[in-house]
Design a binder for this molecule. Sequence first.
Ligand SMILES: Nc1ncnc2c1ncn2[C@@H]1O[C@H](COP(=O)(O)OP(=O)(O)OP(=O)(O)O)[C@@H](O)[C@H]1O
Length: 282
Amino acid sequence: MRYGANDVLRDVRFQAHHGEVLALLGPNGAGKTTTIEILEGFRMRSAGRVDVLGADPAHGDERWRARIGVVLQSWRDHGNWRVRELLAHLGSYYAPYTTGQVQRPWNADELVEAVGLTAHAAKKIKTLSGGQRRRLDVAIGIVGRPELLFLDEPTAGFDPRARHEFHDLVHRLARDHATTVLLTTHDLAEAGKLADRIVVLAGGRIIADGTEDELARQVAGEDEVRWTLDGSHHTRTTPDSTGFVRELFARHGAAIGQLEVRRASLEDTYLALVREEETATR
Ligand SMILES: Nc1ncnc2c1ncn2[C@@H]1O[C@H](COP(=O)(O)OP(=O)(O)OP(=O)(O)O)[C@@H](O)[C@H]1O
């Protein structure tokens, strides 16, 4: 992707599998929103090949669009509509796209309940708080029961409980409805909790793609293992604490005491990856 003479995405190559939750991470300006907008068909790429649910998003028709859900970074509209009323209205556009496998749209009352807005269902949208408005954005994104859902910083502004409930909702969408989810977030705990796989974008390139454990392994030995053996204390750092502990028990069995494993957090891994990329391109 090039804006004027500025290449903002280069060699971006990744795949999302059916039913997978994929988190796209990266510093501000890395190109996450641009990538998502290209996949949604909102932005035309300068070059390269993109395939989303079997179609090129640049030429996706209504039937293709009905299979996709989008939650943008910010969306301020429909202030005079009421919550349930807007969801029922938007949902009605999806009815013709019901298939043998997917009944569209999502029932408005069930959807309001699923995003925790039942108490506000009859309120005008302009009277909602920021977090409540964001829940409605999520509801609008899933009202058509999408097979593929794009979430651009979905929980920005959520209180901890709303965040927790939202995480449950994403798990349910992936588990019960086999929805494929591509989300961007700056909350690394959220990415670790939700994502089957993490893609890290920095400086317009993909610098890492894998599970949290695979990413941690890309960065030099960060896990710390402590234990006692015959009364003496031991500490060791290792890139593979599970394998190390397995070996430790195989060798010493019940003689091992006070075992403690401090895994490298996703935040440690992410910061190390981004630092490496910055050093390499400086
Ligand atoms: N319409 C545009 N015209 C020119 N440059 C743009 C345009 N939109 C984005 N950019 C540039 O492209 C780069 C990537 O922006 P993008 O919004 O995709 O980043 P991001 O990773 O989503 O950032 P953030 O985490 O801050 O949301 C940035 O350098 C930005 O300035």
